[in-house]
Design a protein around this ligand. Sequence first.
Ligand code: GTP
Ligand code: MG
Length: 198
Amino acid sequence: MQITKAIFKCSSERITQVPKDALRDIAFIGRSNVGKSSLINMLTRHGGLAKVSATPGKTRLINHFLINNSWYLVDLPGYGYARTSKQLRGSFSKIITDYIFKCEKMHFLFVLLDIRLEPQKIDLEFINLLGENGVPFGLIFTKADKLSAAQRNHSINRYKSTLAEHWEELPPHFISSSEKQIGRDEILDFIEKCLQEG
Ligand code: GTP
Ligand code: MG
């Protein structure tokens, strides 16, 4: 898929404020600082679209970006950062659970994982929550530029075996680097198919 137009549409504090049209959302979530906003900028080739910060907790609202006038890329607040909201570490804020479970626009969710880290409790908790509730999702391993090819494989295989303890089928997964523009075509092609499937 080619992205020819990407514009910021709105920021929502709660799901009653998300756009009221029938266009579908492809959303990105993960721990604070995992690289959600950077990935959205990489995919859209629009450096300043989503706000990037070295300080965790930058994205606190649901941000809708209208793509090609036909669907939305959605930047969600990070989880696992205690100061972003009243929630405690290890649980998920209401804005996140409302969006993923109640928002009809939500068509597919990408969970971002830092490729350098071993499986983290909070990510596994979140992935299990999605699986148990039948939310369609895939995984994106971010910051691949920080590892060698061998280290990347090791990290992904470690993740696969951890997930295989609970799940028979593994979700679709991708490797990305916003620094080095890795994974862009694969992710965009997947999104295209996902939107075609209805
Ligand atoms: P919150 O909005 O706080 O939840 O963070 P986020 O997940 O949106 O992360 P963001 O895109 O703001 O990036 C966090 C930090 O990681 C920034 O310093 C980015 O420059 C850095 N970063 C993001 N993606 C990559 C990547 O692919 N490679 C490298 N090396 N650094 C990255
Ligand atoms: Mg962000």
